[in-house]
Design a protein around this ligand. Structure first.
Ligand code: FES
Ligand code: FES
Length: 158
């Protein structure tokens, strides 16, 4: 039963939607807003594939209820590119071959985007720490580490 009204901003667009109290944020984004770039893997907070940014903080959308984002600003992977131009982190992923099947990629992009805004990534160890909350079943971690270090250092080798 859709018995709650949710007012939320997602990637700069405002939405007022009636939602079931039990609907997860992941399901709301994917099924209601058709923002299917947010992936759902484990559905219990372990893999990080569903990570989005809520009010500036990386959050597992499989563990949040949509109603918890009432009044919030949510960012998903669809909002990273501006006018068709990939974000510096997306460009770094491409340059460093930081994805294989790509299932985990949106979650990594959102976790790292939030972390880089904090400006506390200095070296490879920091990059590994930032990446440690997400799992890649294709195990291509070295490209991910290179990408985070690249962006943190403001490099562009292209
Ligand atoms: S699907 Fe949310 S953490 Fe795995
Ligand atoms: S690229 Fe396949 S799960 Fe990470």
């Amino acid at each position: 039963m859709a018995d709650h009204t949710l007012s939320v901003t997602v990637n700069g667009e405002s939405y007022d939607e009636a939602v079931d109290a039990r609907m997860t944020l992941a399901d709301f984004l994917r099924e209601r807003l058709r923002l299917t770039g947010t992936h759902v893997g484990c559905e219990h907070g372990v893999c990080g594939a569903c990570t989005v940014i809520v009010d500036g903080v990386a959050a597992r959308s499989c563990l949040m209820l949509a109603v918890q984002t009432d009044g919030a600003v949510v960012e998903t992977v669809e909002g990273l590119a501006v006018d068709g131009e990939l974000s510096p982190l997306q460009q770094a992923f491409k340059r460093n071959h930081a994805l294989q099947c790509g299932f985990c990629t949106p979650g990594f992009l959102m976790s790292v985007t939030a972390a880089l805004r904090e400006d506390n990534v200095r070296d490879e160890d920091d990059a590994r720490e930032v990446l440690s909350g997400n799992i890649c079943r294709c195990t291509g971690y070295s490209g991910l580490v290179r990408s985070v270090v690249d962006v943190a250092k403001g490099r562009s080798d292209e």
